[in-house]
Design a binder for this molecule. Structure first.
Ligand code: GFB
Length: 324
C-alpha cells in the first residue's frame, strides 16, 4: 500500500509547531509559496510542554493542518547528556500537540520523527518495516523512544478516531538556521563552526569526534521542508514514511568536504574517546520516491549555502564572530 492520497491545502490554516527551529523555519519558508495561512506561536506565547495552554491556543486559533516540528533536539553528545529532556520534554510536547489537535478537530497532522527510531543494526537501506525489530542505538535511545511514541500516537489516533495524522522520518538534516552550539549541535553545524574558527585563527589541526568510520546520509532541510508539504498534500497512511537523500558518506569524508567548503587547509585529527553512535543509518526512501518526490539540493552546494547562512549569523548559539 503506497499511501497515495490527495489533500488540498489551498486557503487552509496551517500551524507550524516549532517554527523557530531549523526544520520548522524551513517549513514556514516553504509554505510561504503555497496559498495558505501560516500560524506560529513564540515560546513566550505558547509553551507546548503545558497541556492546558496548548489546548487553549489551538482552540483560539483553530488550525485545520498542524506540522509538528517542535522538539528538543541535538547531536550525539546532547542526546547522551540530557536524557530527561530528550525523553520527557519530547513526550510532553507530542502528547499535548497531538491530543489538542484531535480535540479541536485538526484535519491533517504531520508528525516529524528521526531515522534514529530504527534499530542500531537495522538492515540497510532501512525500510519503514524495520521499526521495532531490534535494540536502539544507546546514545540516542531517549530521543528515539519519544519519537517512536509520537508516531504511535498518530497511528493510535488514526485507528481509534479516524484522524488523518501521518508521520515522516527524515535522515540527518543540515542547512540554514541550524544550532551551532559547540558541544550540543549535530555534526554538520559543529564542523562548519569548528573549521571556520580554525581557519580564522590559523590552527593547524581540527578535531573530529569518533573514528570517522560511521556513515551518515545527509539531506538539506529545505528539501525536507519540500517533502513535508508534498506529504501533506499527497500521503495518508498509518505507516511512517522515510525521507532521505541517498547522499551517504563516512564522517571522515564528510569532514573533508566541510573543510573544503569552509576553506580550511589544516589537518583533521580523530578523537576516538568521543562516541561514534550508530555505524550506519541509510534510509530506504523508495516509498516517497514512488509517490513522485525527490530532493533537489546536492550535498556540496547545500553545505556552501549553509556556510553562507552561518556567516550571516543566522543560526542559533552564534555568539562568536562569524565573519570570514
Ligand atoms: O550529527 P550527530 O551528532 O548525530 O553525529 P547522530 C554524527 C556522527 O558525527 C557521529 C560524528 O559519529 C559523531 O561522532 N562527529 C564528528 C560529530 N565530529 C562531531 C562533532 O563535532 N559533533 C557532533 N555532533 N558529531 C543523532 C541523534 O545521531 O542524529 C539524534 O543523536 C538525531 O537523536 C540525529 O536522531 C539525526 O547521527 O549520531
Amino acid at each position: 500500500m503506497t499511501g497515495a492520497s490527495t489533500y488540498n491545502i489551498f486557503g487552509k490554516r496551517v500551524f507550524v509547531a516549532g517554527h523557530r527551529g531549523m526544520v520548522g523555519s524551513a517549513v514556514v519558508r516553504r509554505l510561504a509559496s503555497e496559498n495558505c495561512t501560516i500560524l506560529t506561536a513564540d515560546r513566550r506565547e505558547l509553551d507546548l510542554t503545558k497541556e492546558e495552554l496548548t489546548l487553549r491556543w489551538l482552540e483560539a486559533n483553530h488550525p485545520e493542518i498542524v506540522v509538528h516540528a517542535a522538539a528538543k533536539v541535538g547531536g550525539i553528545a546532547a542526546n547522551n547528556n540530557f536524557p530527561v529532556d530528550f525523553l520527557c520534554d519530547n513526550l510532553a510536547i507530542e502528547l499535548n500537540v497531538i491530543r489538542a489537535s484531535h480535540a479541536v478537530g485538526v484535519r491533517r497532522l504531520l508528525f516529524l520523527g528521526s531515522s534514529c527510531i530504527y534499530p542500531k543494526h537495522a538492515k540497510q537501506p532501512i525500510s519503514e518495516d524495520e521499526l521495532l525489530t531490534g535494540p536502539l542505538e544507546p546514545t540516542n535511545e531517549w530521543y528515539a523512544i519519544a519519537k517512536i511514541a509520537g508516531l504511535k500516537m498518530c497511528q493510535a489516533h488514526r485507528r481509534q478516531h479516524g484522524d488523518d495524522f501521518i508521520s515522516a522520518m527524515p535522515t540527518n538534516l543540515y542547512g540554514p538556521g541550524d544550532n551551532y552550539h559547540p558541544d550540543h549541535s549535530h555534526v554538520p553545524a559543529a564542523l562548519i563552526r569548528r573549521f571556520h574558527e580554525a581557519k580564522l585563527a590559523n590552527v593547524p589541526t581540527v578535531t573530529v569526534w569518533g573514528t570517522g568510520t560511521p556513515r551518515r546520509e545527509f539531506l538539506n532541510v529545505d528539501d525536507f521542508a519540500d517533502a513535508c508539504v508534498f506529504l501533506l498534500k499527497q500521503y495518508s497512511s498509518d505507516m511512517p514514511i522515510n525521507v532521505g537523500s541517498g547522499d551517504e558518506l563516512s564522517i571522515a569524508d564528510f569532514a573533508t568536504t566541510v573543510a573544503d567548503v569552509v576553506g580550511y587547509k589544516g589537518k583533521l585529527v580523530f578523537d576516538t574517546s568521543k562516541p561514534d553512535g550508530t555505524p550506519r543509518k541509510l534510509l530506504d526512501s523508495s516509498r516517497i520516491r514512488g509517490l513522485g518526490w525527490r530532493p533537489n539540493i546536492a550535498l556540496r552546494p547545500g553545505l556552501a549555502a549553509a556556510y553562507a547562512d552561518f556567516l550571516k549569523g543566522h543560526g542559533r548559539h552564534l555568539e562568536v564572530n562569524a565573519s570570514s
